[in-house]
Design a protein around this ligand. Structure first.
Ligand code: KG4
Ligand code: ZN
Length: 341
């Protein structure tokens, strides 16, 4: 069963080829045009996807040693994401499926992050608590089976990755900033500043990261120039900021594990590349937890996770004819209504 997968929800144009759940190729083209604007410009993202979608797909097929006629299934991200960017990949994939007369599977991008941990010879291990931390989403999910998800918590304002990006911008570290903060934090003092932790009324598992960003803004406005010019100043700020954000993610995840009596955790999304996140969560292994992080290439947006989620959707569906008509007629949304995202 060969799946071709396409991901264009944000600023990565990606195509992957899978044989069942094994990745044969995974090509990711990260758009470079956005950094000078300090954030993604949706119009530029759509145009850039249009320019590269065909060559990225060709390269994925070539690297996998697969011809168009060998593909059995096509999947693409249908939501959520930048609408113009999504339309490029979604319509490209649907048209290709229609022309090859093969099934098309729409895939929810956030849900697919959950499965990025199961791309490397590791089968999904239900039930698990999934923590999805990316530039656009922060979500805590109880996953009992492929079709059984309960969203426990969500961000009520900024996503964790967005908070890293905004903090990096305030510190003049460039965009996207998560990896830069991670790097600087390595030689900083995490107890240098005590940022406030967000308290959310009537909610155990929701997140809020806009307060810490504002605290950082005021701190940088008020701190002396002399202090700012100290060699380790930025490292200390990064380390303290990173500690506050990762402590919050860690504590809520562990508390969900204890409430639902689950000792398996899957962390995914761009922020799962963070070294402090990995250190903190991996320490749980000594308390008999199973902890999963994606390989770095599958942490940020990629089509391989869309392919795996599409393939798993297809094999778990009772009525496979649905996917056939979906490629031609049905809005992708219809299939996704049963999902709780
Ligand atoms: O999953 P992703 O590629 O895109 C979305 O679906 O949003 O996540 C991108 C986010 C960015 O905010 C980026 O700053 C963050 O992941 N990120 C990191 C690290 N690497 C990427 N955040 C913290 N530490 C990192 N090492
Ligand atoms: Zn993502």
């Amino acid at each position: 069963m060969i799946t071709l997968a396409i991901e264009t929800s944000c600023d990565e144009t990606s195509a992957a080829v899978l044989n069942k759940d094994k990745v044969l190729s995974n090509i990711i083209l990260s758009q470079q045009d956005h950094s000078k604007f300090g954030g993604i410009v949706p119009e530029l993202a759509s145009r850039s996807h249009l320019e590269s979608i065909v060559s990225v797909t060709r390269t994925a097929l070539l690297n996998a040693g697969i011809n168009l006629k060998d593909i059995n299934l096509i999947s693409a991200t249908s939501e959520p994401g930048l609408i113009g960017a999504l339309l490029v990949g979604l319509n490209f994939a649907k048209s290709l499926a229609a022309s090859l007369n093969i099934p098309f599977i729409p895939v929810n991008h956030i849900r697919s992050h959950l499965y990025s941990n199961f791309l490397c010879n590791q089968k999904a291990i239900y039930p698990f608590i999934g923590l999805i931390v990316s530039g656009g989403h922060t979500m805590l999910v109880l996953v009992e089976d492929f079709n059984m998800h309960t969203v426990l918590g969500n961000t009520i304002d900024d996503a964790a990755g967005e908070a890293f990006d905004k903090a990096a911008k305030l510190l003049g570290l460039g965009y996207p900033g998560g990896a830069q903060i991670d790097n600087s934090a390595k030689s900083g003092n995490e107890n240098f500043i005590r940022f406030p932790k967000a308290k959310i009324k009537n909610s155990k598992y929701d997140f809020s990261f806009s307060g810490i960003k504002t605290s950082l803004l005021y701190y940088l406005r008020d701190v002396s120039e002399n202090e700012k010019s100290r060699a380790d100043f930025v490292n200390d700020v990064c380390s303290s900021f990173q500690k506050t954000v990762t402590d919050d993610l860690f504590e809520k995840t562990v508390s969900a594990c204890s409430e639902f009596n689950v000792k398996k955790i899957s962390v995914s999304g761009g922020v799962s590349a963070n070294s402090e996140m990995r250190k903190k969560f991996n320490q749980l292994k000594s308390r008999n937890f199973e902890v999963y992080f994606p390989e770095i290439q599958y942490a940020t947006d990629n089509a391989a996770m869309i392919g795996l989620c599409g393939y798993l959707s297809y094999i778990s569906a009772d009525d496979k004819t649905f996917f056939k008509s979906a490629s031609l007629l049905t809005p992708a949304k219809a299939r996704l209504d049963y999902e709780k995202f």
